[in-house]
Ligand binder design. Structure first.
Ligand SMILES: *Cc1c(COP(=O)(O)O)cnc(C)c1O
Length: 236
């Protein structure tokens, strides 16, 4: 039987292999373990194998896990990677270390107002729509510079970089086209803000291409924790 520790090691190995193929340092790519819909015991299993950053998609589920692990596993870095409605921004501002899905000024301003000065500033990635599907969320590339400028002025937020969810496809060429588009937008933005250091892209099925295209943080769920049960996932 493969364990979470085994699958975590395989994911790290895949990152290292992909990095080597394009002459990048494996350490320049962080692994975010996406634990949405999975029980706390699975998070602890990954933690015991050395994993420290975890990603959650659903605000309430994430907060419940953060509360439960606060005392015993306080060095976990929590990333919010799901869609966020404005009436739940305070939960992210109060509990998480990162959010990858900011795409509106209104949400950014609320997070800034609600982030306590006792906490470190909230790390932010702007989600960009690079997918050919209309339904995907994220800001349109033309509006990116303006939103980045606004977030940079908000003292309780630290702009770290960009994130995207590409079209779900096994077509490597399409993956490459979309992911290199995000990398290009990232490089352009870095000309104004050289301190940006995070390009959040790559999931279980496009990890290799994402690393090749310059990802600095891959978000891996099912390859570590196993397939998710759709009925559980859709309840949120
Ligand atoms: C679920 C999810 C992931 C992980 O996807 P897997 O295919 O399970 O690796 C990564 N990013 C986001 C935004 C997600 O919602």
């Amino acid at each position: 039987m493969t364990t979470i520790a085994d699958r975590l090691a395989v994911a790290q190995y895949r990152i290292a292999q992909a990095a080597q193929k394009c002459s990048r340092l494996p350490h320049s790519i962080r692994l975010l373990a996406v634990s949405k819909t999975k029980p706390i015991e699975d998070i602890i299993a990954a933690y015991d194998a050395g994993q420290r950053c975890f990603g959650e998609n659903y605000v309430q589920e994430g907060v419940t896990k953060i509360e439960a692990l606060k005392g015993s596993h306080g060095d976990i870095e929590w990333h919010f990677i799901g869609p966020l409605q404005s009436n739940k921004t305070h939960l992210v501002a109060e509990n998480f270390d990162w959010i990858h899905t900011v795409s509106r000024e209104k949400i950014a301003k609320r997070l800034n107002e609600q982030r306590s000065s006792e906490l470190a500033p909230l790390n932010v990635c702007i989600q960009v729509n690079i997918s050919q599907e209309d339904s995907k969320s994220g800001i349109e590339p033309e509006e990116l510079t303006s939103l980045a400028g606004i977030i940079r002025e908000l003292p309780r937020l630290t702009l770290r970089g960009l994130m995207a969810i590409p079209t779900a496809t096994d077509n490597i060429e399409l993956q490459r086209q979309e992911l290199s588009h995000l990398k290009q937008l990232f490089d352009e933005l870095k000309r104004s803000y050289p301190e940006l250091d995070t390009l959040s892209m790559g999931m279980s099925n496009d990890l290799d291409v994402a690393v090749e295209c310059g990802s600095t943080m891959v978000r891996i769920g099912s390859a570590i924790f196993g397939e998710r049960n759709y009925s559980v996932e859709s309840k949120n």
